[in-house]
Design a protein around this ligand. Structure first.
Ligand code: PSV
Ligand code: MN
Ligand code: MN
Length: 389
């Protein structure tokens, strides 16, 4: 049976996509940071920009902070500021990778004092979560080694486990620890959390509120990410996505730009595993940098890309698929999936937005609003997103 548009729209109405504060600041590669006119000078201005993305899409009501890039004197006041701007503060991302002290690692550093410093920062982040009302603490570690013999792989795992236990014990009853993995970079020989298996093993040891964050850009080429999604959801350990696109490495391009079919396949597995149901708690976040394109419309485009992939995945005729699978009809099963993928869902999304009082074309509406011109005129001396700052 063809999935009715009303059913798809109902599910889409409930989907939320979080945008990252660092997407609004200047960013670039290690070769050059390109400054754009009108980028935020303060965390409040980043929140203002995130509020624009929500205003035009209606599905991005929270903004993730990165500490210490987004330091504030009073986080309770910042949370109120966000509410007055029309959004809420979301995930807190810890940064234990930018100090000179972290050259040989943060929580896995051979030096006990540096490990302590890193752990204190992570615990500070939980204090901040208490004040912002955030549910999720996202941990990505740049820790690893460049050369065989540089440090003991196994001891580094012990140090990592020790730090994670201390953070987990500090969490409130409704807070979660999201452990993100990354294949390589900045360390090239070993990375201390290189893959979902390592992240999953640490989460299992910690407890139910420790879950894995799948950053779509953090895999080797050819990795079947939807398989990882299926396995983690089955185990109840898929906490979140950091969405972006990659061609070669950790490219942080707009989600759905490089491989929309992969994004569709991921969303199909998310839906299959119940990950779109609010009670499952899978958080959909963007983790992107807009180096050469405009940032706010880049975020809006990305949110729309996630919605489009989700809509297509919702269109998969599950009954027909199951019937084809059980009868061993490989081609029929594949056709069911491809029929959904080839459906143009843009008219349905336009309709959904109109029903919600939004402009059917969020990027065009943003462009017409004049916000981009206003910030370019009013904000002088915007800040860098963070990396290499
Ligand atoms: C570095 O790879 C990274 O892109 C990770 O994906 C983090 O989530 C992000 O930076 C913010 O710390
Ligand atoms: Mn990430
Ligand atoms: Mn990354």
């Amino acid at each position: 049976m063809v999935v009715p548009a009303a059913v798809v729209k109902e599910r889409l109405r409930g989907q939320r996509i979080e945008t990252p504060s660092w997407a609004y600041g200047n960013s670039g590669t290690r070769f050059k940071v390109f400054a754009q006119p009108g980028v935020p000078r303060t965390v409040e201005e980043k929140i203002d920009d995130a509020a624009q993305v929500h205003a035009f899409t209606g599905v991005a009501p929270t903004v993730a902070l990165h500490i210490p890039w987004d330091r504030a004197d009073d986080y309770g006041r910042l949370a109120k500021y966000a509410e007055s701007a029309g959004v809420r503060l979301g995930t807190i991302n810890a940064n234990v990778f930018q100090d000179d002290d972290y050259k040989l690692g943060s929580v896995t550093n051979p030096d006990r004092a540096i490990r302590r410093k890193a752990l204190d920062h992570l615990l500070d982040c939980v204090d901040i979560m208490d004040r912002t009302g955030s549910r999720d603490l996202k941990l990505w570690f740049a820790d690893g080694t460049n050369y065989p013999g540089q440090d003991d792989i196994r001891t580094r795992q012990d140090r990592l486990a020790e730090a994670l236990v201390a953070v987990y014990e500090r969490l409130g009853a409704h807070q979660r620890l999201l452990l993100e993995y990354k294949l390589f970079e900045p360390a090239f020989y070993t990375t201390d959390v290189p893959d979902w298996g390592t992240a999953y093993a640490h989460c299992l040891h910690l407890g139910d509120r420790a879950q894995v964050c799948v950053d779509t850009g953090h895999h080797a080429p050819g990795t079947n990410i939807e398989f990882i999604v299926a396995v983690l959801l089955r185990a109840g350990r898929l906490g979140a996505f950091d969405f972006n696109s990659r061609f070669y490495a950790d490219d942080d391009l707009m989600v759905g730009a490089a491989d929309p079919f992969q994004l569709f396949r991921i969303m199909a597995e998310v839906i299959r595993g119940g990950g779109l149901d609010p009670e499952t708690g899978v958080a959909f976040m963007l983790d992107q940098c807009h180096n050469v394109e405009a940032k706010i419309p880049g975020q809006i485009r990305s949110v729309c890309n996630v919605q489009e992939a989700t809509a297509k995945a919702l269109l998969i005729d599950r009954d027909a698929l199951t019937a084809a699978q059980y009868s061993g009809d490989v081609l029929a099963a594949h056709d069911v999936v491809m029929d959904a993928y080839h459906t143009d869902v843009r008219p349905m999304l336009a309709e959904l937005r109109a029903e919600q009082g939004l402009d059917p074309d969020p990027v065009a509406a943003y462009r017409r609003s004049g916000y981009g011109e206003r910030i370019a005129a009013n904000r002088v001396g915007g800040t860098q997103a963070g990396w290499g700052a």
